[in-house]
Ligand binder design. Structure first.
Ligand code: URA
Ligand code: SF4
Length: 215
């Protein structure tokens, strides 16, 4: 059987690259076709030695235009939940499994689309390099795309959310929902409830970090 090798971003990553090097090189990445559709690469951002690294799915419409992760409506919600959970934004690094916006036109709007396995595989070396360089104590996977990219398609966020996941990725790894799922809640009451649960999941991360420090 012929095994087709897939192009990934790995070829672009030099051995001793710094985060700034990576960001510069990723700006010209063409390892999958998404660069053709997106305005620019949206690389991760935040403290280079963040205690907590958060991983989303892919940049959205606002992120694509501004060039920064989580600066749209989902980002505003994430910021709010981090404050409520007592996680200092300055100690966080925020990134995505895929670094280009994936969308299709609907009228004058750009409707976001989920990245497929090929795009996730192509982009993954950027995330691995970010984790290697930032060396966070805790990694928080936001939503099924991020969690399944790291733990496989059988991983269920609904079952695993809010509790530590055993993995070699970092001292503590947690999965929770994606903040945009809260924005899609059908009414105010469920939105409020979902926000509360999301904040509780982030509080569980903060508490686990504190417990580890005290031990
Ligand atoms: N949704 C994501 O998954 N990532 C962003 O950066 C913004 C919205
Ligand atoms: Fe490269 Fe990732 Fe953009 Fe694809 S999505 S072109 S792999 S940076």
């Amino acid at each position: 059987m012929k095994i087709l090798s897939q192009r990934t971003a790995a070829d672009l990553i030099p051995a001793n690259a710094t985060l700034d090097d990576l960001r510069r090189i990723a700006a010209g990445c063409k390892a999958c076709d998404l660069w053709k559709r997106g305005t620019q690469t949206v690389f991760g951002e935040g403290s280079p030695h963040a205690e907590v690294l958060l991983v989303g799915e892919k940049p959205g419409d606002k992120e694509d235009l501004k060039g920064h992760p989580f600066v749209g409506p989902a980002g505003a919600l994430l910021d709010k939940a981090l404050v409520a959970a007592g996680i200092d934004r300055s100690k966080v690094y925020v990134t995505n499994v895929v670094k280009h916006f994936k969308w299709e036109p609907r009228g004058s709007r750009r409707i976001h689309k989920k990245p497929n396995i090929r795009e996730i595989t192509a982009c993954r070396p950027w995330l691995d390099a970010e984790i290697r360089l930032v060396k966070p104590r805790a990694i928080v996977l936001l939503g099924a795309t991020a969690a399944q990219a790291l733990f496989g398609s059988k991983f269920r966020v609904t079952q695993e959310r809010g509790k530590p996941i055993d993995s070699g990725l970092a001292e503590l790894v947690f999965a929770t929902v994606h903040p945009s799922s809260i924005l899609r809640a059908p009414d105010d009451e469920s939105r409020h409830l979902e926000m509360q649960r999301f904040t509780d999941d982030l509080k569980a991360v903060a508490a686990a970090l504190r417990r580890r420090k005290a031990a």
